[in-house]
Ligand binder design. Structure first.
Ligand code: IDP
Ligand code: MG
Length: 136
């Protein structure tokens, strides 16, 4: 059995030259990269991806941030519960309170600019992989 999840390395991770460091963590954990692409996201893609956040107070800032430069979109595969493994490695949404040892806890300090996205359930993973890599 294997399952997959969607990860985005956000524009701050690309700008700060942290793509390699973050990908290394996932590879060292034993997760396999099965798709990978550097791409610029537009407002339409972001509204599909973040559909549960459209209209919230932070949404416009989130879209401005997520479209200010390219992201690295990838799909990771592991033996089971891959989305949950990745979420544990990412840490809490606000890097200020994310635990040391997590990606956000070790590398981030700002709320919106929290380096990495990971699907929050198996259903979200399937939905998001279909948005970013529909042929997979
Ligand atoms: P998650 O990325 O940990 O799943 P979500 O609640 O799904 O967190 O929020 C999506 C993204 O929106 C966050 O990663 C962060 O970049 C941004 N965000 C969420 N809540 C806030 C907030 O209260 N202030 C500023 N940015 C936020
Ligand atoms: Mg989320």
């Amino acid at each position: 059995m294997s399952d997959r999840t969607l990860v985005l390395l956000k524009p701050d991770a690309v700008e700060r030259g942290l793509v390699g460091a973050i990908l290394s963590r996932f590879e060292a954990k034993g997760l396999k990269i099965v798709a990978l692409d550097l791409r610029q996201l537009d407002a339409d893609t972001l509204s599909r991806h973040y559909e549960e956040h459209v209209g919230k107070g932070f949404y416009d800032d989130l879209v401005a941030f997520m479209s200010r430069g390219p992201v690295v979109a990838l799909v990771l595969e592991g033996p089971e519960d891959t989305w949950e493994v990745v979420r544990t490695m990412m840490g809490a949404t606000n890097p200020r309170s994310a635990a040391p040892g997590t990606i956000r806890g070790d590398l981030g300090i700002l709320f919106t600019e929290n380096l990495v996205h990971g699907s929050d359930s198996l259903a979200s993973a399937e939905r998001e992989i279909n948005i970013f890599f529909p042929k997979l």
